[in-house]
Ligand binder design. Structure first.
Ligand SMILES: NC(=O)c1ccc[n+]([C@@H]2O[C@H](COP(=O)([O-])OP(=O)(O)OC[C@H]3O[C@@H](n4cnc5c(N)ncnc54)[C@H](OP(=O)(O)O)[C@@H]3O)[C@@H](O)[C@H]2O)c1
Length: 260
C-alpha cells in the first residue's frame, strides 16, 4: 500500500478525472470518486475494485453549491476516510462571447472552476498539514498562461488556478504537503468535443490522450513538481506566451478567435 494511501478525485466520472482515477488505482491507491452522475461513478468504482483490488468510495455531489466542499469533508470524516491526495479536476468550459453568455452558466463556471477548488483545498489541506504529508493536484490549463477570447471567463478561471496553486505551494513549503498545478493542452475528452466546433481545427498530434496525461501528471505530483505541462507543443506555446509582450499574445489569440 502506498504511503499516501487515499486519493479524492473530483470530476472522476469522465475524461481526465476518470483517467486520474485509473492511474491512482493502478498505483495501489484507494479512491474517493466525486462527480454528479452517481450511476456512472458506481459502475466505474466496481470496475476499478475488480481490476486493481483497491477500496473505492463514491460520493455523488454537485460541487457548484458553496457548501459542497464542507459537506464532502464532513461526510468523509463521518466515514473515517482520511484523504492523503486531493485532485481538484472537475471543471467546466463555456465557449461564447461574454455578451452572448448566459449569466447563470458563467456564475456556475466561476463557482466550479474557482471557488469550489479553493474551498476543497482549504477543507482538505489542514489535516494533511497536521499529519505532515499530503498532495494537492489542481487542474489548470495552458489557458492559465494567456487570455482566451470567446471563452475569456474560462481562461481567467484557469489563470486563477495556476496563481492560487503556485501561491499555496510556497505557503506550504516545509509542511510535507506539495501542490502540483497540471496544465493540459487540448485533451481528447467530452469537454473538447463539446467546445463549439473547436476540436475540428486542432491537428491530431496536438491532442493528448487523457490516460497518458494522467500518468505523467501522477509522476509529476510524486516528484513534487509545482507546474506540470505535458506535450512539447504545450511547453513551446507557454514559452511563447510568457516571453512576448502581453499585447502581442493577446492580439494573436484575438486573431485566432476571429478566424474561427
Ligand atoms: N479536455 C481538455 O482539452 C482540457 C484542457 C485543459 C484543461 N482541462 C481541464 O481538465 C479538467 C477535466 O476536464 P475534462 O476534459 O476531463 O472534462 P469533461 O470530460 O467534461 O469531464 C468533467 C468532469 O467533471 C465533472 N463535473 C462537471 N460539473 C460538475 C459539478 N458541477 N460538480 C461535480 N462534478 C462536475 C463531470 O461529471 P458529472 O457530469 O457526472 O458531474 C466529469 O466527471 C477540467 O478542469 C478542465 O478545465 C481540460
Amino acid at each position: 500500500m502506498p504511503k499516501l494511501n487515499t486519493a479524492l478525485i473530483t470530476g472522476s466520472s469522465e475524461g481526465i478525472g476518470r483517467s486520474f482515477a485509473e492511474v491512482y488505482a493502478k498505483n495501489g491507491h484507494d479512491l474517493v470518486l466525486v462527480a454528479r452522475n452517481a450511476a456512472k461513478l458506481e459502475e466505474f468504482a466496481q470496475q476499478l475494485t475488480e481490476k486493481y483490488a483497491v477500496k473505492v468510495t463514491v460520493l455523488a455531489a454537485d460541487l457548484i453549491p458553496v457548501d459542497a466542499p464542507q459537506q464532502l469533508f464532513a461526510a468523509l470524516t463521518e466515514q473515517a476516510i482520511q484523504i492523503d491526495i486531493l485532485v481538484n479536476n472537475a471543471g467546466m468550459m463555456q465557449v461564447e462571447k461574454l455578451s452572448e453568455s448566459d449569466p447563470h452558466t458563467l456564475n456556475n463556471l466561476i463557482q466550479l472552476n474557482v471557488q469550489s477548488l479553493v474551498n476543497m483545498t482549504q477543507a482538505f489541506v489542514q489535516p494533511m498539514i497536521e499529519r505532515g504529508q499530503g498532495k494537492i493536484v489542481n487542474v489548470g490549463s495552458i489557458a492559465s498562461f494567456m487570455p482566451t477570447p470567446n471563452f475569456a471567463a474560462y481562461g481567467a478561471s484557469k489563470a486563477f488556478v495556476l496563481s492560487f496553486s503556485e501561491g499555496i505551494a510556497e505557503e506550504l513549503r516545509g509542511t510535507g504537503v506539495s501542490v502540483t498545478c497540471v496544465c493540459p493542452g487540448m485533451t481528447e475528452t467530452k469537454m473538447l468535443s463539446h467546445a463549439d466546433g473547436m476540436e475540428k481545427f486542432i491537428p491530431k498530434f496536438l491532442k493528448a490522450d487523457p490516460m497518458e496525461l494522467a500518468s505523467q501528471a501522477y509522476k509529476a505530483s510524486k516528484k513534487g513538481e509545482v507546474v506540470f505541462l505535458d506535450k512539447i507543443a504545450n511547453k513551446l506555446l507557454v514559452q511563447w506566451a510568457s516571453h512576448y509582450p502581453r499585447w502581442i499574445v493577446r492580439g494573436v489569440n484575438g486573431l485566432f478567435s476571429r478566424f474561427k
